[in-house]
Design a protein around this ligand. Structure first.
Ligand code: TMP
Length: 218
């Protein structure tokens, strides 16, 4: 089995940039790496993604929302992630099941045990080896996101209090499993964050200090 790495964090935490940097660094080192994202990452998943994130999707029940995110995840795990891991490759995923626990569980108040059961079913029990939490105060994350695009998507229009619950949820999940989670301050500059991430991944891959090449910039 290969190594499964996920990135989590609130809106505007810079996950996608760090995913991109990590993936290209691993590729230059000859690692068979696959990058993907949730919701989406498969043809069916991308259709579910546009349904979930479209501002025109109204009156979606929270139960339907959970099941749609989970359906997208089931498709991604079975079609893309698991086959790549079985070949011994590294998978880097921008969001995974912890997003459901944080957003639908802590954020919207869905029972966490129910979500764990649905997630186990959807993923057939596939849990990441490493999860990075790019933590950022809610106001800063939202401001960054707002600067990037004229219109917020449906999720981002939710009230700030909801995002506060999501953030606190992420921190609780990370505290409960410090072996898997690595909490990083997303306010640090891009290169510093990337170096931290590289260091943790290199350790997991069993690479020595020399191979990590700390002087290398992204
Ligand atoms: P992103 O493309 O910026 O990561 O946005 C995806 C949005 O979907 C973000 O607001 C978080 C939300 N989301 C959930 O609410 N639950 C989930 O399980 C996943 C994967 C994402």
């Amino acid at each position: 089995m290969g190594i499964f790495i996920t990135f989590e964090g609130p809106e505007g935490s810079g996950k996608s940039t760090q995913v991109r940097l990590l993936v290209s660094w691993l590729r230059t080192r000859g690692v068979n790496v696959l990058a993907t994202r949730e919701p989406g990452g498969t043809e069916i998943g991308d259709r579910i993604r546009s349904l979930l994130l479209s501002p025109t999707t109204r009156a979606l029940t929270v139960e339907a929302e959970v099941l749609l995110f989970s359906a997208s995840r089931a498709q991604l795990v079975q079609e893309v992630i698991r086959p790549h891991l079985e070949q011994g490759g590294v998978v880097v995923c921008d969001r995974y099941a912890d997003s459901t626990l944080a957003y639908q569980g802590y954020g919207r108040g869905v029972d966490l045990e129910v979500l764990q059961t649905i997630t186990r079913f959807a993923t057939r029990g596939l849990v990441p080896d490493i999860t990075f939490l790019l933590d950022i105060p809610v106001a800063e994350g939202l401001a960054r996101k707002r600067g990037n695009q004229a219109e917020w998507n449906r999720m981002e229009q939710e009230v700030v209090a909801y995002h506060e619950r999501v953030r606190a949820g992420y921190l609780a999940l990370a505290a409960a499993d410090p072996h898997r989670w690595h909490v990083l301050d997303a306010r640090e500059d891009v290169a510093t964050l990337h170096a931290r991430i590289r260091h943790i991944v290199a350790e997991k891959l069993g690479w020595s200090g020399d191979e990590v090449d700390p002087g290398h910039s992204p």
